[in-house]
Design a protein. Structure first.
Length: 434
C-alpha cells in the first residue's frame, strides 16, 4: 500500500483511469486505483481501435484531440519512465475523412483552422491517386447490406479532408499499462481483481469505497473512471440526479481482415467513411481493422449488464462492416469466418464524455469515454487533476467552468463542454465520431 492514507481513489484502470492516476500522483497525491479486472487496460480499452484523429463536432473536442496527439507523439517524454518497460508506439499514417452530410467539410475545416490542425482538401481524383483501388462514389445515406439499394450506383463523387498528423497507437492495452507503470513509479497502488460494492460518504462528502472482500479504502476524493460500469458506480454513490446527459453500456465489435495486395502493401492512412458507415485502420502484419460509425440504419446493441455481453465477434456484424469496407475498396474480400474483438463501450447520449465534479463533494467522474476518447486519455488525466485541484480548493466549476490552456498547442479548452449538466446540442454528432 501507499506510504500513507490515500488522498484519492480512482475506480477503473483502463487508459483513462491510469492517465488520471498518473496526473494525480504528479500533483503529490497518494493514489489507489481499484479495478475488477486483472491488469491495466483489460476492460473497454482492450477493444479500442486506438485511432488518433482530430475531427469532432465541437472546437473543444478538436482542440483536446490535437493537444493529446502531441503527447502520443512524444510518449516517452510524457511518461518519463524510470524503468525499462516496453512502450506503446504512435504511428503517423495520416487520416482521410471522406465527405458526408453528417460532417460537412467546411464545418470540419473551420474547426481545424481555429485549433491549428494541419489538413489538405482532396477532390475525387486526388483521393484516387493517394488511395489506389478506392471507389470514390457517393452512396449516402448508409444502408443495411441486405437492402436492395445497398449496391445501387453512386449519386456523385466524394472528396475528403486529409490530416497528415493523425494515425494510431499500436497497442492500447500496453498504452494503459505504460500509464499505470508511470503512476506506480510515483507511488500509486493498483488493486486488481477487486470490485467496488459501495461508495462510502460522510454527510454530503465522499469518504472512500468498500470492496467485495470487505476492505475499506478511505479517501476524500474518488474518481469514477469505471468505463461501462460507471453508471452502476454512480448509483452506488447516489449521484446522477442532476445529470442532463445519460450514459449507457453499448456492445461494439471491431473486425480484422487482410490488406488487399498482401502483407507487403504497407501502412496506409486511417479512413473514416461516414458515407457508408464504416472506418478502416491499418494494423500489423498486413491487416486492417474495420469498425462501424453507428449509422442510423444499424440498431445499437445496448446491454444492461456489461459482464454478460458476449466477447466474441458475430458473423452478422462482421459481414455488415466488412461488406461496407469492400464497397469502398472493391479489392477487399469478405471472409466467411469473423475475426476480431467485441467489447462494451461507455457511451453518452451525444457521444461526448463527462469530465466533471458531481453533487457529492469529492466524487468526480470521467465517463462516457468509450469509442472516441482513447486518443485523449493522456490529456484527460491532466483535465481531471486540474479540475480536482481547483474544486477541492473551493472553485465553483458549475458556476464558472474551468478553462484549461494546452501546453503544446496553446489552445484553451473550456471544461464546461464536458459538464454533466450540459445541454445536448441539436447539432451534435450522436455517433462515435463525436
Amino acid at each position: 500500500m501507499t506510504s500513507g492514507p490515500p488522498d484519492a481513489v480512482v475506480v477503473g484502470a483502463g487508459v483513462i483511469g491510469a492517465a488520471i492516476a498518473l496526473e494525480l500522483a504528479r500533483t503529490g497525491r497518494q493514489v489507489v486505483v481499484v479495478d475488477k479486472a486483472g491488469a491495466a487496460g483489460h476492460g473497454s480499452t482492450s477493444a479500442s481501435s486506438a485511432i488518433i484523429r482530430f475531427n469532432y463536432s465541437t472546437f473543444d473536442g478538436v482542440a483536446t484531440a490535437w493537444e493529446a496527439r502531441q503527447l502520443w507523439a512524444t510518449w516517452p517524454d510524457h511518461l518519463r519512465p524510470a524503468g525499462r518497460h516496453p512502450l506503446a508506439a504512435f504511428h503517423r499514417t495520416g487520416a482521410v475523412l471522406l465527405d458526408s452530410p453528417a460532417a460537412a467539410p467546411a464545418d470540419v475545416a473551420a474547426l481545424f483552422d481555429r485549433a491549428g490542425v494541419p489538413y489538405e482538401r482532396w477532390d475525387a481524383p486526388t483521393l484516387r491517386r493517394h488511395l489506389p483501388g478506392i471507389d470514390a462514389g457517393r452512396y449516402w445515406p448508409p444502408k443495411p447490406v441486405d437492402d436492395e439499394g445497398f449496391f445501387s450506383g453512386p449519386t456523385g463523387e466524394l472528396g475528403a479532408l486529409f490530416t497528415p498528423d493523425a494515425g494510431f497507437v499500436d497497442d492500447p492495452q500496453l498504452a494503459a499499462r505504460n500509464l499505470a507503470d508511470a503512476a506506480g513509479e510515483l507511488g500509486a497502488d493498483f488493486l486488481f481483481h477487486r470490485a467496488v460494492v459501495a461508495v462510502e460518504r460522510h454527510a454530503d462528502r465522499v469518504a472512500g469505497v468498500r470492496l467485495a472482500d470487505g476492505t475499506r479504502v478511505a479517501a476524500p476524493v474518488v474518481v469514477n473512471a469505471a468505463g461501462p460500469w460507471s453508471s452502476g458506480l454512480n448509483r452506488l454513490a447516489g449521484v446522477g440526479g442532476d445529470f442532463t446527459v445519460g450514459v449507457r453500456p453499448l456492445r461494439e465489435e471491431v473486425h480484422q481482415i487482410a490488406v488487399p495486395g498482401g502483407p507487403t502493401a504497407g501502412l496506409g492512412p486511417v479512413v473514416a467513411d461516414v458515407d457508408l458507415g464504416t472506418y478502416l485502420r491499418p494494423a500489423a502484419a498486413g491487416h486492417l481493422l474495420v469498425g462501424g460509425t453507428q449509422p442510423a440504419c444499424d440498431p445499437p446493441e445496448w446491454v444492461d449488464d456489461p459482464d454478460e455481453a458476449d466477447p466474441r465477434p458475430t458473423a452478422r456484424r462482421f459481414r455488415t462492416q466488412v461488406t461496407r469496407a469492400a464497397r469502398r475498396f472493391p479489392g477487399i474480400r469478405v471472409p466467411s469466418r469473423p475475426v476480431g474483438v467485441a467489447g462494451v463501450y461507455d457511451v453518452a447520449d451525444d457521444w461526448t464524455p463527462i469530465y466533471d465534479r458531481t453533487a457529492l463533494d469529492g466524487y468526480y467522474v470521467a465517463m462516457g469515454t468509450s469509442g472516441n476518447q482513447f486518443k485523449n486519455a493522456p490529456l484527460v488525466g491532466r483535465y481531471l487533476a486540474t479540475l480536482i485541484d481547483l474544486v477541492e480548493a473551493g472553485h465553483d466549476h458549475d458556476g464558472d467552468p474551468v478553462r484549461y490552456r494546452c501546453e503544446h498547442t496553446g489552445n484553451v479548452v473550456g471544461l464546461g463542454a464536458f459538464s454533466r449538466r450540459r445541454p445536448v446540442r441539436s447539432g451534435s454528432a450522436r455517433t462515435v465520431m463525436g
